[in-house]
Design a protein around this ligand. Structure first.
Ligand code: BG6
Length: 494
């Protein structure tokens, strides 16, 4: 189903010269335009400190769209009509007096201004979120249809996140604040809800009586890609686990919400976050692994180690890989480990959720005890989205030989529609005013509370990351994390 909106809007992208705006937001908006999903009067106004002219901005935006969209998705005609929506203004976003030109441009709609959705998209460092919100308010730009979009990371720990939330909350009410986690915009992530709650089949099985364990892997082949300065202060736990992986864990573990409404879903996710058992003390060594990549090769190309990346500290102790054993202390999940793992410069780019079911309770095929493999549901988010269910069946012919086969639902083969980019979907939801796929302030803070305990524990222990060669699956300790429980990571299981 295609979602369009006739809602007139002004989307003000603050930080329009930055990596996020150029790499993700502008290409996604271009797509929405190209497919006719945006109101014809919708405007996109880039602002940043850069003293660019309108032409310079357009040239940069065009180059980014060409670079980050697949060949064939970009056309000169679509670009020139898209470019008519684009405006650029140089301004210092934390200074209210700097907003005069923007105020003039926005006022061009006269009385209509109150009816238009006015969206402030903050693609800036998070420590500016509070002061930018206050500057927008002081410049008198908050209309009844105004909303603000905040990119992750919201803060770098619980205290800084709470301070940002409080400061932005002084200006925008919670229901006007859209905290983005772009993983929630991914098609297969949303499919997780469809799979769980649109089928009678899985829900009765979705609990500790039947599930042995869950694995969530988000492996990237990319390194820090020019973001060394940010990344070195952050690391994989803050950059990926606090948000993307914990959101995935919440969607797997949450109870069925009463409705498909934003509050109902968020409440269930918050309950999961509050049920996460803190990892502290002796458990840190057993249940967490930090890694950092050294030089190696990705797809036959040699790449430098993390310490040689531009803008990282040559003695940095920042982790580029993390593996964890998380436990959800509630009735449904008691005793079921959730193994989480993410890393940069790994052997393959793959994001997957594995639900490993328990062994059959009674072995009928005694002569084939070794052939029996437990059922497994593999939800692949990227690349090549798919949902696979591993089952045992009898091989054709005489006798009773069993073999494992897969029921395989490949999204690209099953549906003709092109799946929307995560940002396309989320930007559309902001314009439509639907916050279901965005995070509530409490979600962000509860996730930080759990992460902070780990960060503090590492700090207290003086923990340093283990090395792994670029192009591998992380340090050997990560294998030990699951082998200790007599289990294995999925790539060793297939
Ligand atoms: C971002 C992280 O949130 O997600 C990046 O800051 C990471 O470090 C990216 O590369 C991964 O997103 P995706 O959609 O490519 O899996």
């Amino acid at each position: 189903m295609k979602i369009k909106t006739d809602a007139p809007f002004d989307m003000i992208v603050i930080g329009a010269s930055g990596d996020l705006a150029q790499r993700k937001l502008l290409p996604a908006l271009y797509f929405l335009h190209k497919h006719g999903d945006l109101s014809p009067t919708g405007r996109i106004i880039g602002v940043a400190r850069h003293e660019w002219t309108q032409d310079e901005f357009l040239r940069t935006a065009e180059a980014s769209c060409r670079k980050y969209l697949d060949q064939g998705d970009f056309s000169d005609d679509d670009w020139s009509s898209f470019a008519r929506r684009l405006h650029y203004l140089a301004l210092a976003a934390t200074e209210p007096e700097s907003y005069a030109d923007l105020a003039r441009l926005l006022a061009q709609d006269g009385e209509d201004a109150e009816r238009r959705a006015r969206i402030f998209y903050l693609a800036t460092p998070p420590d500016l979120y509070g002061s930018i919100s206050h500057a927008i308010a002081a410049a008198g730009l908050i209309t009844s249809g105004a909303r603000i979009v905040l990119e992750k990371p919201i803060g770098s720990d619980l205290d800084s996140a709470a301070a940002i939330n409080a400061s932005v909350g002084e200006v925008f009410p919670e229901d006007r604040i859209y905290r983005i986690d772009h993983y929630l915009g991914k098609e297969t992530v949303q499919n997780l809800m469809a799979l769980r709650f649109g089928n009678a089949l899985f829900e009765p099985m979705w609990r500790s009586e039947h599930v042995d364990h869950v694995q969530i892997t988000v492996a990237e082949t990319l390194g820090v890609e020019g973001r060394g300065a940010y990344y070195d202060q952050s690391g994989a736990l803050r950059d990926m686990v606090q948000n993307h992986l914990l959101q995935l864990l919440c969607l797997v573990a949450m109870e069925p919400p009463s409705r498909l409404a934003q509050d109902a879903i968020r409440e269930e996710k918050i309950k999961v976050l509050r049920s996460l058992r803190p990892i502290e003390g002796e458990d840190l060594a057993r249940k967490t692994v930090r890694g950092q990549y050294r030089e190696g090769a990705i797809a036959g190309q040699s790449v430098v180690g993390y310490l040689e990346e531009p803008d990282t500290d040559p003695a940095s102790g920042t982790e580029t890989f993390v593996a964890l054993k998380a436990e959800v202390d509630n009735w449904r999940w008691a005793g079921v480990p959730f193994y989480l793992r993410t890393g940069k410069r790994m052997g393959h780019r793959v994001s997957e959720i594995i639900i490993q079911f328990r062994r059959v309770p009674h072995l009928l095929f005694t002569d084939q005890a070794n052939a029996i493999q437990d059922n497994r549901l593999v939800i692949r988010l990227q690349p090549d989205e798919s949902i696979k269910l591993a089952l045992m069946i009898k091989t054709p012919g005489a006798g009773m030989a069993l073999r494992r086969v897969h029921l395989n639902l490949n999204m690209a083969e099953t549906f003709e529609e092109r799946p929307a980019l995560a940002y396309e979907r989320l930007l559309m939801d902001v314009i439509r005013g639907n916050a279901t796929l965005f995070m509530h302030r409490t979600e962000v803070e509860e996730a930080w509370r759990w992460i902070d305990t780990i960060l503090e524990g590492w700090e207290a222990r003086g923990d340093r990351p283990r090395y792994y060669n670029a192009g591998t699956w992380g340090p050997p300790e990560s294998i030990a994390l699951v082998v200790r429980d007599e289990r294995a990571w999925y790539e060793h299981l297939v």
